[in-house]
Write a new protein. Structure first.
Length: 240
């Protein structure tokens, strides 16, 4: 991992800006822009576009108690983009299906039947997200939620956080990705040519995305095989 102040120093030199004696206390407009605007914009862009591995990518286990709504961790940013972003710990690992509109959710509850499926809906805002399920999982079922965390900074003590607060703080995100993300935003804001650095940034972004996905397949038109969690099974099957 690279110290965030070192990333800012390198980016500043690329922008022909003299680095300050301390990035934590710097108040010059150019320094504030690099630290509080362009760096954070680059970080947010990466977290929004890439499902990062642990420790930024996390799993949260909801110990169900029969309730409909459960609070999510305070560092929750968004769900992982995966078919199994939300699933239950039954033998079939059945996935839950997303509901994105209030009207659809209300209609589902008024109908009162989900068949063999379970649905979920997210609500809230940064620092206070929650997830609701229908039908409600019983106390015997745990729900697993895979998500992307807001915490991209590692302190010298090994704790994770979402902002630079100490000169010893390190970035969990790649140095070159953040540097190019800072520089092209600085150049664009100041009316300078930035397309070459933007291409470099997108190249690093694509490489990071490819590396984090790991397993990739090539399809030649064959019908994909079924997995146990893709076969709907009722929660209760009568004996006769």
């Amino acid at each position: 991992m690279t110290l965030i102040v070192d990333i800012l120093n390198r980016a500043a030199r690329h922008c022909s800006v003299t680095p300050p004696s301390s990035w934590l206390t710097a108040t010059e407009l150019e320094h504030v822009g690099l630290r509080d605007d362009y760096l954070l914009e680059a970080v947010e862009d990466v977290l929004d576009r890439i499902d990062m591995p642990t420790p930024i990518g996390k799993q949260y286990t909801i110990p169900s108690d029969g309730s409909e709504v459960y609070a999510l961790p305070s560092d929750f940013r968004r769900l992982a983009r995966s078919d199994l972003a939300v699933y239950e710990t039954t033998t079939t690992r059945r996935r839950a299906w997303p509901i994105t509109s209030d009207g659809e959710w209300t209609n589902l509850k008024e109908i009162g039947s989900t068949g063999a499926e379970r649905f979920y809906r997210l609500s809230g805002y940064d620092g206070a997200w929650s997830i609701a399920f229908y039908d409600e999982p019983s106390a015997a079922i745990e729900m697993i939620v895979s998500y992307v965390s807001q915490l991209w900074v590692a302190s010298s003590a090994g704790a994770f956080k979402e902002a630079l607060t100490d000169a010893g703080d390190a970035s969990l995100l790649p140095r070159r990705l953040l540097e190019s993300g800072i520089v092209w935003r600085f150049r664009r804001r100041n009316g300078l040519a930035y397309e070459d650095v933007l291409r470099e940034y997108e190249m690093h972004m694509q490489r990071m995305s490819d590396d984090t996905r790991g397993r990739r397949t090539i399809s030649y038109g064959a019908t994909p095989s079924m997995r146990p969690w893709q076969v709907p099974v009722p929660d209760f099957i009568p004996s006769s």
